[in-house]
Design a protein around this ligand. Structure first.
Ligand code: NAD
Ligand code: IPM
Ligand code: MN
Length: 360
């Protein structure tokens, strides 16, 4: 039987709660689709600092290196913000992993689920036009990884983009659009930033090789506005590291909740780290009310992008849609609900086992 080795890094806050549900769902997939998972649990983030003194212990990194994919929960929280910045969980663990494995291509797919437009804070006539957006975010360069300086009176962060760094993420965006609705909207701030001018130039060069794809350039401030005015106008959004971070949270809110948005971070060899786009949610950690869907949908992205198990990936996505349709949702999606994190995971796993089809 085919066996996949997965480094499971649950991390902090709601990470372990939602990870437990993703594992349940993966187990249901393994049984139905006849493959096996070998889960290798390892400490990461604040949990690793508290147990072994550093956010990404060498044993955890080795575990990731020896696995076929990384399933990541979330890291960080108020308990670790007093540490020097480069020792904090977000930078020392998550950014380090992204850099170490060169996970430059970050996919964040956001959509409305049929019958669930009312979850969106947007007006119903806007929702009625639909939303199905793939946010492609450059993940290993830009202002996140540029030189940083701090003196007593000033601080600076530097944004640098190399042509090749823009090229490789732009190519991914155009390729993704070919399999979707043939439109790329490239987001930049070329009216102010030198790196934005280069970004636009390189995207236009790549566009020459994809005559079937329409390309539009949009300043990021306008994009933030257009997204809430009419999200149906977007297909693939191509963003740098920082703009993609910000706009993807907006996408999550538009679709209904931070707990719905999955994320895949992939390198040029197809190795990937899969995690919810949201964080450790310290405000709800330990209450069993976190929405596990983003973690579960991230596991589906892992099956699709790292293991080419398309049928199992679609089964998870269908089961999540079916679960939403039966109104088995945590309170981020409906404040009147008392459904727990585990009940949502149980329902999705059961729907996979019983081969329940979603209506949409
Ligand atoms: P957050 O995404 O953790 O939380 C923002 C809001 O969304 C909170 O109200 C939270 O309750 C809600 N939320 C998020 N996920 C949810 C879910 N699954 N179900 C229901 N509600 C959910 O963002 P934040 O508060 O800015 O950050 C908290 C910590 O997480 C910080 O330390 C931050 O650096 C870290 N963080 C980590 C990751 C990661 O590990 N991938 C991502 C983002 C933030
Ligand atoms: C995300 C997160 C991370 C980011 C943080 C935790 C470093 O917000 O994955 O969106 O900014 O990339
Ligand atoms: Mn973010």
């Amino acid at each position: 039987m085919k066996t996949y080795n997965i480094a499971v890094l649950a991390g902090d806050g709601i990470g372990p709660e939602v990870m437990a549900e993703a594992i349940k769902v993966l187990d249901a997939c393994a049984e139905r689709f006849e493959f096996a998972f070998n889960y290798r649990h390892a400490f990461v983030g604040g949990a690793a600092i508290d147990t072994v003194g550093e956010a990404l212990p060498p044993s955890t990194l080795a575990c990731c290196e020896q696995s076929d994919a990384i399933l990541f929960g979330s890291v960080g929280g108020p308990a670790w913000t007093h540490l020097p910045p480069d020792q904090q969980p977000e930078r020392a663990a998550l950014l380090k992993l992204r850099q170490h494995f060169d996970l430059f291509c970050n996919l964040r797919p956001a959509k409305f689920y049929q019958g669930f437009n009312h979850l969106s804070p947007l007006r119903s006539d806007i929702c009625a036009k639909g939303m199905d957006i793939l946010c492609l975010r450059e993940l290993t360069s830009g202002i996140y990884f540029g030189a940083k300086e701090r003196t007593a009176t000033a601080a600076s962060d530097t944004q640098t983009y190399q042509r090749d760094e823009i090229r490789r993420i732009a190519i991914k965006a155009f390729q993704a659009a070919q399999a979707r609705r043939q439109k790329v909207t490239s987001i930049d701030k070329a009216n102010v930033m030198a790196s934005g001018i280069l970004w636009r130039e390189v995207v236009n060069e790549i566009a020459q090789d994809f005559p079937d794809i329409s390309v539009e350039h949009m300043y990021v401030d306008n994009a933030a506005m257009q997204l809430i005015r009419d999200p149906s106008q977007f297909d693939v959004m191509l963003c740098d590291n920082l703009f993609g971070d910000i706009l993807s949270d907006e996408l999550a809110a538009i679709s209904g909740s931070m707990g719905l948005l999955p994320s895949a971070s992939i390198n040029s060899q197809g190795f990937g780290l899969y995690e919810p786009a949201g964080g450790s949610a310290p405000d709800i950690a330990g209450l069993s009310i976190a929405n596990p869907m983003a973690q579960i949908l991230s596991a589906a992205l892992m099956l699709r992008h790292s293991f080419a198990e398309e049928a199992a990936a679609s089964a998870i996505e269908n089961a999540v849609a079916a679960c939403l349709q039966t109104h088995c949702v945590t309170r981020d999606l409906d404040p009147n609900q008392t459904v727990s994190t585990a009940q949502v995971g149980d329902t999705i796993a059961q729907m996979i086992t019983e081969e329940v089809a979603a209506w949409a």
